[in-house]
Write a protein that binds this ligand. Sequence first.
Ligand code: NAP
Length: 475
Amino acid sequence: MQKIQNFINGKYVDPMKGQYIDNVEPGTGKVFAQIPNSSQEDLDNAVAAAKDAFPIWSTMSVDKRSRILHKLADLIEDHLDDLALMESRDNGKPLWLAKAVDIPRASSNFRFYASAIVNFSSEAQVSEGFMVNYTRRAPIGIVGCISPWNLPLYLFSWKIAPALAMGNCVVAKPSELTPMTAHLLGNLANEAGMPAGVLNILHGEGKEIGQAIVEHEATKAISFTGGTATGKVVGATASQQFKKVSLELGGKNPNIVFADCDLEEAVKTSVKSSFTNQGEICLCGSRILIEDAIYEEFKKRFIEETKKLKVGDPMEAGSNMGALVSEEHLIKVDSYVKLAKEEGGAILHGGIRLEKEGFYYEPTIIEGLDENCRTNQEEIFGPVVTLNRFSNEKEAIRVANSTRYGLSCTIWTTNLKRAHRVSHAVQSGIIWVNCWLLRDLRTPFGGMKDSGIGREGGNEALRFFSEPQNVCIKL
Ligand code: NAP
């Protein structure tokens, strides 16, 4: 069985206390690797390495840093097959999905920020004949990056790429459930020519080593993606030391279908936005709001299309959906389906665990729930959607905004004015009109309300990972 190590100062090293955690393969339900259960000593070593590397990395020419990050992007592409296989075994997602989306996107993240940093410029304000102000944007120092299990390398790289591009040194922790692709990244960083100590990767439990990264006096900024409850702890801890903090948290995203939509397209894409990656994408639409006039027709077609989805072995090309990430998560998802029944919901499809080894759950459609019930208010983060009726635009907006979350929203309409009107009225950081999951990496990414604070993406992330200083010169 494979036993992975931490990546500190450019080397793979055992955890100082010699403790490991089992890593279970969701597709089989069996342990397939062991990962370090890191401690404060491991973190202190990572921080010491990052401190030594900072003067080298932060003063390296932008051009050279950019070339190293481009090379890393190339190497991820070269290792697409190995990385995708590891991602799929680790997470339970279909191999084809890891190959088509997760790993290519991880490469794009490095490539994007390798280019973005070369084009990044700071601001200047000229008050003619009086003064000139300019803003210097320096790297912060050592930053902590903590990511979740649903899109392992994709989200890990989404944080560390801008942090590194800006000239910071990084101490990063992937989720203990999906550490394998982050583990492979260490070797690729070395091969790309990244100096030792610039990128350090620690594995272990969030409550222990994740919390220690946030608490460490040397980490001056924390970029966190994960659940809202954890984000609250991370935000509170970081603020005690006045650290910069970016929180990308949970969602309960509305998918609003107006009667004037292109119904075929709305149904097809709604099946994807509900069940892609087993519904384990923070941007999945989990509450489908459908205008009365087309409710029955949408429902019929949506069920028909969902029934065609094959849940099965992530390694098989024909599996549309793989396994949920863990037994614990499957039990949580199933408990929400039971709750939905108690709350008066009718299960139109799914609601059952597959009888096979591993953590497989049928895509599940529920109707007849009150908008304020727990099933419609709390994040389930699995292959479960609710169908809900509305009778007019005002009601759709009210229901869309009725949760504590505000991450993303999808709107289906062919009425241009309505598309803009509803987009502006919905409290979501990301809005898709007649599409889902399209991303231009230059755009700000993040949520409103309890879905987080700060924005990632484009120059927002470069600004986050830098310390602005205003210099004023009197003329
Ligand atoms: P999670 O339990 O909050 O964990 C996220 C990360 O934080 C993991 O690496 C975890 O380590 C670590 N962690 C746990 N406790 C910590 C602490 N006290 N201090 C520091 N780090 C700690 O979330 P998850 O279950 O992995 O991911 C699912 C959640 O992420 C969902 O709510 C989903 O909506 C959200 N998400 C949001 C976005 C977005 O962009 N807004 C994107 C993807 C996912 P362990 O794994 O070892 O516990």
